[in-house]
Design a protein. Structure first.
Length: 467
């Protein structure tokens, strides 16, 4: 067995490789480092200076979960398990929800200190935030409020068009500079992703969309899923932890909150620990879960602009092949839709759309009164009704969004009072674009019904004159 080389021999070997341009300056021996304790924002779950990944299907209360985090972090309030929480700022990159209508009420409902929160999706010039080029801007936001959390909800909305989210290399290039910001500023990063459609995968860590690099770069990870043991409940369960043993999964519900002055929202209500693992949760529903997710996405799309007639919503579900049982489960338990009645007709709308419902009722009264005034011949159309109808037909011309109940109401009235106007053509054009809430068959049925009513009114008038 040969003897180990001396220090002089090793130095000689290094000198002989100098011509290769290999430099060793800047490298450090392990003995030159000093060990440090991991700093936790939420012990066992959220580590300062590191990233976490949150995977879920839509409408699992993940955004409310983040608002709950803000309530603890910005006030220093203890976490649900009693663990201490360091006080600091909170930066929230909102990629999906409207800031003033949705985000602010949710943060307020969680008791967060709004002065310590920055919410945005754009830079100062109004252009969208993009990774990796806008990392310096994000660091300025973190410094502005001394943030302990930088949350991307979801992460996909900030990736530049040149970044392929399915490419391990691209994802690492986009997120590595961000990790350096987290380390420098004692701030954790949270990246939310949606589950992919591969419900045959039994490991929750691999159910997230796009490249596995998202999960690989994160030091902790969690899945948010429906609680199979509690209808209407959800579970926040660990999928990965490179820093400590897995913490217990936690149960929660989404509860309604009345903020006063007509503002309604929702918040997290914790329900204690769950014995379920993340892997169990993502396989608990099997193929049924895929059907539920698809139905949820469709119903959310149909309801996103405001209240929809309940009968029409059910017809759309049937046309899309959604069973009544799945429709009812998604509508009541997943989306937790609200119901409202106006003049004997029931409407469905999403939580948080209460103001849209009240607006619809008010506008319906205006148009109904205008319609009555025209029928009686009392006076010309009301100016506010003219503004509503004129604005709708001009501002929404060429839009690609589904027809709303109010648009339906306006078009019905316009067609009945001015059959030669552009409203009918506009409605048909919209029907061809959307093919959803206002198809041509539906329009023809409405028009036919109006024609029948007009004929009956004319016949009654003639009989009254003869009498």
């Amino acid at each position: 067995m040969s003897a180990a080389p001396s220090r002089a021999e090793l130095d000689g070997r290094l000198a002989r490789t100098a011509h290769l341009g290999i430099a060793t300056k800047g490298f450090r021996r392990a003995s030159s480092y000093r060990k440090k304790q991991i700093e936790w924002c939420w012990p066992g779950r959220l580590a300062l200076g590191m990233a976490t990944i949150i995977d879920s299907d839509p409408s699992r209360g993940t955004s409310q979960l983040f608002a709950g985090w803000a309530g603890h972090i910005t006030t220093g309030r203890a976490w649900p398990d009693g663990a201490p929480c360091p006080k600091g700022g909170f930066v929230y990159i909102a990629g999906e929800d409207a800031i003033e209508e949705v985000c602010i009420p949710r943060f307020e409902a969680q008791g967060a200190d709004l002065d310590r929160i920055i919410i945005t999706s754009t830079k100062q010039d109004g252009t969208p935030i993009r990774l990796p080029e806008d990392v310096p801007y994000l660091e300025q936001l973190v410094l502005e409020v001394d943030a302990r959390a930088l949350v991307f909800d979801p992460i996909m909305t900030v990736l530049t068009g040149l970044t392929n989210p399915n490419s391990d290399k691209d994802v690492r290039q986009a997120l590595t500079p961000l990790n350096e910001v987290l380390i420098r500023n004692r701030c954790f990063g949270a990246f939310r992703r949606h589950f992919n459609k591969n419900d045959k995968t039994s490991q929750a860590l691999y159910r997230g969309m796009a490249s596995v690099a998202f999960g690989a770069l994160a030091r902790t990870g969690f899945a948010v899923a429906k609680d199979p043991d509690s209808p209407g409940g959800f579970v926040f369960a660990p999928t990965k932890n490179n820093l400590a043993r897995f913490p217990p999964a936690l149960k929660y519900r989404i509860v309604d909150v009345d903020l006063g002055d007509g503002f309604h929202t929702s918040r997290i209500e914790w329900q204690g620990e769950s014995q379920r693992t993340a892997d169990e949760l993502v396989t608990a529903f099997g193929g049924e879960q895929s059907k539920t997710v698809e139905a949820e996405q469709l119903l959310r799309h149909w309801l996103e602009k405001g209240p929809v007639l309940s009968d029409r919503l059910l017809d759309l579900a049937k046309e899309a092949g959604i069973s009544f049982a799945t429709y009812r489960r998604v509508k009541e338990d997943v989306l937790r839709c609200k119901a409202g009645q106006h003049k004997g007709r029931w409407y469905a709308f999403l939580p948080g759309h209460e103001q849209a419902w009240e607006q619809l009722r008010t506008q319906a009264e205006v148009v109904a009164e205008w319609n009555g005034d025209l029928s009686s011949g009392a006076h010309p159309p009301r100016s506010d009704a003219q503004m509503l109808i004129g604005g709708l037909l001009s501002d929404l011309s060429g839009a690609h969004s589904p027809i709303t109940p109010f648009e339906h109401l306006i078009l019905e009235t316009s067609i009945s009072q001015e059959p030669d106007a552009h409203a009918h053509d506009y409605a048909r054009a919209r029907a061809r674009e959307d093919g959803a809430l206002f198809d041509e068959t539906y329009l023809d049925a409405v028009g036919s019904e109006m024609d029948d009513e007009a004929r009956e009114q004319s016949e009654r008038a003639e009989l009254e004159e003869l009498a």
